[in-house]
Design a protein around this ligand. Structure first.
Ligand code: HEC
Length: 120
């Protein structure tokens, strides 16, 4: 009986995974961070995505998914969106819109120093 309850609880907790959590997992699994950053802060010409309007980002991702890009830079996004489902896009954009920075703080390793004695 206890095992059955345990299994039921496990299913319930899986069910309870929020759109934000699913979006976060996808953001990491699809390596979106390699261009847009772990804190969704962007990098060089790659735009930041943190707390931007969900509707806008959804529109952009769906356009990229249908292989539409307005600039050469945007073509880069096609590869990263062709295999996203509508639900994936919904979860990703929830994560980006509602993103909380504190929670991603540990994703950068700041323990090393950028200068040293040259090593010899
Ligand atoms: C290889 C680098 C790269 C990766 C990886 C990448 N992107 Fe992008 N992303 C870009 C570039 C470049 C643009 C277009 C910037 C521009 O309009 O000039 C862009 C644009 C976007 C936009 C539209 C932002 C805007 O201001 O119009 C969204 C939303 C987005 N990316 C989400 C994602 C998501 C989600 C993933 C992972 C599935 C991802 N990106 C992976 C490079 C990347």
């Amino acid at each position: 009986m206890r095992i059955i309850i345990g299994i039921l609880l496990l299913f319930l907790s899986l069910e309870a995974e929020t759109s934000y959590e699913k979006g976060k997992a996808l953001y990491i699994a699809k390596a979106c961070y390699s261009c847009h950053g772990h804190k969704l802060e962007g990098m060089n010409t790659f735009p930041y995505l943190a707390n931007r309007a969900k509707g806008y980002m959804k529109y952009k991702l769906k356009r990229f998914r249908s292989k539409q890009a307005d600039t050469q830079a945007q073509e880069m996004m096609i590869t990263y969106s062709v295999d996203l489902s509508d639900e994936d896009i919904d979860d990703l954009t929830t994560y980006m819109q509602d993103f909380v920075e504190d929670e991603a703080a540990e994703r950068y390793d700041t323990s090393f120093e950028t200068h040293g004695d040259g090593g010899s």
